[in-house]
Ligand binder design. Structure first.
Ligand code: ACO
Length: 427
């Protein structure tokens, strides 16, 4: 492999160095492009642009590989729990027992959310979308934790990481409880991280909380599968907001807003709504396949296609299996699952989908599990945010520790050339 790339422009030849990753991915380092040539690159949607070098997550869309810090998603989903994975993503190594216990204890010690935050929550109507509420509450946390993180101090960085790992699940639970009209609940120190989240979300005021291992395991797996996905839309948002040296919580709040969209994390809600609509419409999957292929029809098969995976999404494979297991273990016979499987089968055999390499993504089956776990549809993307939290934190931390410059793309201006100002009467 050559170690430079060449560009010819206006009769001049320019040389640019190559950057090679540990998995032999190649990037052309164009840092000097504009200074040397006066030109910039145009790449809407950043389909060909590497925004950073990162040591956190590796994915190969052609091979369907996803690894966090070198560990395969299949191994992590099977053998680790969410808190271990969070530690791995953020700090780079799997924690030993002592490190994990300390991490968990430090999180428990920070799990109190200022009572004044409840007044902010109260201001939202019950009909507010939980993602809007969560993003606002995360942003509001800044007011209650105003000291900015001194990124040159590992301990200051660590403290703000455990603080948000502790408080974010409380906000998630409160968002749900506000919607369902339940009293706001605090966690229980004696429970595991994910079990505690489940308790905070679902404990009824007049009943003891009973752990259901099937539910906790499924939730743990879903959170792990969503924990990071390199430079996706919300993560890039977190990094770019953080690159202005905005604090961690403010950067996360922006990431939550980015995740909300139906082309990104909002797809899990959209998938379930689509499956329900198909069911209500008589379950005719062929009709919806035809709509998805019709270029005059804005309908897309939600949960299908991915910017990077052009073979299959390895998370979807794990989730499909988990959906079967969880519904089986909980004794739920959900016709929506059959519709989903029918659609997948048809799409896998359909020229339109095969040609465009459109496969089920992580969100095609996740909503079915969330539904089986009793999580309301408009909370699905909130659950995604809960899972993605350690990934966002890890990426923010990496970006700040490297001292990356502020994210500020260029453009090619296509508007009016200079014109004389027209005063009001002559327009
Ligand atoms: N249904 C029907 N056609 C589709 C779909 C779909 N779900 N996805 C892509 N296509 C078609 C496009 O119309 C386009 O066709 P064309 O080449 O004839 O114009 C072609 O496939 C390529 O699609 P793009 O939109 O250019 O692909 P891009 O990489 O920009 O988009 C995306 C990827 C946004 C995920 C897209 O596939 C999509 O909208 N999927 C549905 C929403 C979804 O499930 N999002 C969740 C993604 S996973 C995540 O964020 C966690």
């Amino acid at each position: 492999m050559a170690d430079s790339a060449f560009l010819e422009l206006n009769g001049e030849r320019y040389e640019f160095p190559l950057v090679t990753g540990t998995e032999n991915e190649v990037g052309i380092d164009i840092k000097a492009l504009r200074a040397l040539t006066g030109a910039v690159t145009i790449d809407p949607g950043y389909k060909n642009t590497g925004s950073c070098e990162s040591a956190i997550t590796y994915l190969d869309g052609e091979q369907g590989i996803l690894r966090y810090r070198g560990y395969s998603i299949e191994d992590l989903a099977e053998k680790a729990d969410f808190l271990e994975v969070a530690y791995l993503l953020i700090f780079g190594e799997l924690p030993n027992e002592e490190e994990l216990a300390k991490f968990h204890q430090d999180i428990k010690d920070e799990s109190h959310v200022d009572e004044e935050m409840k007044k902010i929550l109260d201001g939202f109507p019950k009909s507010a979308h939980p993602m809007g509420v969560l993003s606002s509450l995360t942003s509001a946390l800044v007011a209650f934790n105003p000291t900015s993180v001194d990124v040159s101090s590992e301990s200051a960085m660590y403290n703000s990481i455990v603080r948000i790992m502790a408080k974010f699940p409380v906000l998630v639970a409160w968002t749900l409880r506000k919607k369902s009209g339940s009293p706001l609940d605090y966690g229980d120190d004696s429970l595991g991280y994910v079990e505690n989240i489940h308790k905070m979300m679902f404990k009824r005021p007049n009943q003891e909380y009973k752990k259901n291992p099937v539910v906790i395991d499924a939730l743990d797996k879903l959170l792990i599968l969503h924990a990071d996905h390199e430079q996706n839309c919300s993560t890039s948002t977190v990094r770019i907001v953080g690159s202005s040296h905005a604090g961690l919580f403010a950067s996360l709040s922006a990431g939550i807003s980015a995740l909300w969209g139906p082309l990104h994390g909002g797809a899990n809600q959209a998938v379930l709504e689509m499956l329900e609509a198909i069911q209500e419409d008589g379950g005719d999957t062929k009709k919806y396949m035809a709509k998805a292929k019709d270029k005059e029809d804005p309908f897309r098969l939600m949960g299908f296609g991915h910017r990077v995976y052009k073979n299959f999404d390895p998370r979807a494979r794990i989730i499909k299996k988990a959906a079967d297991e969880v519904l089986g273990d909980l004794g739920i016979d959900d016709p929506i699952l059959d519709i989903a499987k029918g659609l997948e089968q048809e799409a896998l055999e359909d020229d339109y989908f095969v040609k465009r390499k459109l496969y089920p993504n992580v969100d095609f089956y996740s909503g079915i599990i969330y539904r089986a776990l009793g999580i309301p549809t408009d909370m699905f993307t909130v659950m995604f945010a809960l899972g993605r939290l350690p990934g966002w934190i890890a990426q923010w931390r990496e970006m700040r520790l490297k001292g990356e410059p502020i994210g500020r793309p260029r453009q090619i201006y296509t508007g009016e050339n200079y014109r004389e100002f027209k005063d009001l009467q002559s327009r």
